[in-house]
Each structure stands twice: as C-alpha cells, then as structure tokens.
Design a binder for this molecule. Structure first.
Ligand SMILES: Cc1cc2nc3c(=O)[nH]c(=O)nc-3n(C[C@H](O)[C@H](O)[C@H](O)COP(=O)(O)O)c2cc1C
Length: 318
C-alpha cells in the first residue's frame, strides 16, 4: 500500500511543545496534534490555548515548519464549536476532536471515549463545529473502534463524515481494550475505510517499519499516525518514509540533552524533570542503554542535574 501522510499523535502529558519541536526536527511529519484541551461550558482564554499550543505564536507551526492542530475534548456541541472557532482564529491548523480518551475523569464527565456509545451526539458535536469554523478550515475527529464492542464503529465513522469532517483518525482498539497489544485491529479500520469517502488515518501499535507496512496493508489506509512508537524510536517516521537507519544511542543522548537544556533556558518552562524520565522509560524498550541512564537519574530532581548526568554519559561514550 502506498504511504501518503505520517502524523504525530496527540499524547497528553507526553507530547508537549518541546517534544513536538524535537520530533518534527528529526522527522518529516505532515502535521502534529496537540494534547487535548478540555472544553466545558465556557469559552477558554487565549492563555489556555497558547499554553497548550505555543506554536500559535508562530503561525501555528513548529520551529521546523510542521503545522500543529489543536485538539479539543468535551460533550457540549455549542461550547466545542465556540472554542474551535477561537483556536482557528488564533492560528491553529484546523481542529481535531477527541472521541477516544479513556481516562476515568474524562469519561466520567461524558467526554472522550464515552461518546463512542452515542454516534448521534458525535454527529452533533462535529456538525456544530463544522458550521462554526466554516467550510474551509480543516476538521478531523479521532476515535477508537467502540466502547466495549465494535458494532457501532461504522455508524460512528459515518456520522463523522456526514457531519462534515475532512478526515478521521482511527485508533484500532475499543475503549475497554485499553492499550493491549494483541487487541490491535487494523483490519476493521480497513472495513470502515471501504465505506467512507474521506481519508482515514490508521493509528495504533506501530513500533517499527514492519508494523507500519502491516498497518498500511491491513487498514488499506495511506495515512498513519504515530504515538508511542516515535518515543521508542525517535526517527521512526523517517525510517518508514525514507528507509533511514535508526538513530544510534549517542544521537539519542544528544536529543535528550537538547530536550533538558532547551527547556531550562525558556522563560516559561512547560517541562518537568519527570518528563525526561518518562521518555527514557519509552526508549528503554528499544535502547537497552536507556535503562542505565534512567537508573542514574532516578533520584535527580532538577533539569540541570539531569542534563549534567546525561552529559557525563555522553563523555564516557565518546
Ligand atoms: C500517555 C498517552 C497520552 C495520550 N493522550 C492523548 C490525547 O491527548 N488525545 C488523543 O486523542 N489521544 C491520546 N492518546 C492516544 C494516542 O494518541 C494514540 O491514539 C494511542 O497511543 C495509540 O497509538 P500508539 O499505539 O501509536 O501509541 C494518548 C496515549 C497515551 C499513551
């Protein structure tokens, strides 16, 4: 199957401004999606959007020029629409709507994956948002295959198409499947794709070039979205797209040092030292060296100390 686009997934608490900046410098992504912003019953402030997506200060693009799309999550069609307009006015590269988040607090307040049980409500949210942002702004919706079974998945996808979305991202698992690797179902994404006229972006469990090829074949999609896989193998998108070799551990260390030191210099850091540990935890499943580094920095609390420890590692290797 021919590959068209590769999109960087939204990952709350992980893929923030700084990580998007780094990953879009290393890889050629077609666009990124922000972490979600929760919409309740009011208009969010400009500050909220800028904090979520500092790229809005720069034409809605990362430093390397990759467009960034704001993701919104909520249950009220009116307020979702209002806030979508605001994000577009501030320069977001379209809007993505989250219908897949399984977090207890989110589904408890009837947002995210909870709505997979109610295709009509999904239709209303997408429709109102489309009407509010106008015909030309990009609008996507991100779903899972269902809540606990997949019987509504086509209804949900059709509702999204009929409501006027330009494209749909499908994470090939149900909400109750969580992140279980063996539950990934790219074939059902393919069945949905056959019945739709808008592009379908296949997502879930792509951790290697081989996984990407399998996903493209089984989902019959030309577009894929990478989430945890890109954190495990930070140049995975270019490995898939250009057949690049994977980065060496020294290069990964360089990236991590850059991550730690860049954020130290920022006026308003969005960064916590926990995040670098979190990234190392992802890297560990591919680069054995990450386990040792994680052990070395485990008790360190400040970014400066972490950066120093990483630099020491680098010196030892060279
Ligand atoms: C820590 C974490 C945070 C996530 N945050 C979001 C989010 O904010 N919005 C969203 O639509 N999906 C979110 N997701 C789901 C991912 O975008 C993606 O659909 C999922 O991880 C499957 O893709 P993968 O197997 O490539 O990681 C998150 C996933 C993880 C693991």
């Amino acid at each position: 199957m021919k590959l068209n686009r590769i999109i960087l997934a939204p990952m709350e608490g992980v893929l923030d401004y700084n990580v998007r900046k780094i990953l879009t410098q290393i890889n050629q992504f077609d666009y990124c999606v922000t972490e979600f912003v929760r919409v309740t019953h009011h208009k969010l402030s400009n500050r909220t959007f800028y904090r979520l997506c500092p790229e809005l200060y720069h034409d809605g693009k990362t430093a390397s020029g990759t467009p960034v799309r704001v993701q919104i999550l909520g249950q009220s069609p009116e307020w979702m629409a209002e806030n979508a307009v605001k994000a577009i006015d501030l320069g977001s590269y379209g809007i993505d709507i989250n219908f897949g988040c399984p977090a207890k607090t989110v589904v408890g307040s009837h947002g995210g994956a909870y709505l997979l049980q109610y295709p009509e409500q999904i239709f209303n949210i997408v429709k109102q948002t489309r009407l509010a942002i106008g015909a030309t702004a990009k609008l996507s919706a991100k779903i899972r295959l269902g809540w606990s079974d997949k019987s509504y998945c086509l209804d949900i996808a059709k509702a999204i198409e009929q409501a006027g979305a330009n494209e749909i991202v499908i994470h090939g698992r149900t909400k109750t499947d969580g992140y279980q690797a063996d539950k990934i179902d790219w074939q059902t994404i393919g069945k949905i794709k056959q019945k739709l006229n808008i592009p379908v972006i296949a997502n879930g469990e792509i951790f290697s070039v081989k996984d990407a090829q399998n996903c493209l074949i089984q989902s019959q999609s030309q577009d894929i979205m990478l989430g945890r896989g890109i954190l495990t193998l930070p140049n995975l998108a270019n490995m898939i797209r250009f057949n690049d070799a994977e980065l060496q551990w020294q290069q990964i260390l360089e990236i991590l040092i850059n991550y730690a030191t860049t954020t130290i210099e920022e006026v308003k850091p969005l960064y916590h030292s926990a995040r670098i540990k979190q990234w190392l935890a992802y890297l560990k499943s591919h680069y054995f060296q990450a386990a040792q580094v994680l052990q070395n920095i485990r008790t360190l609390k400040t970014q400066q100390h972490i950066a120093d420890s990483l630099k020491l590692q680098q010196t030892t290797l060279s």
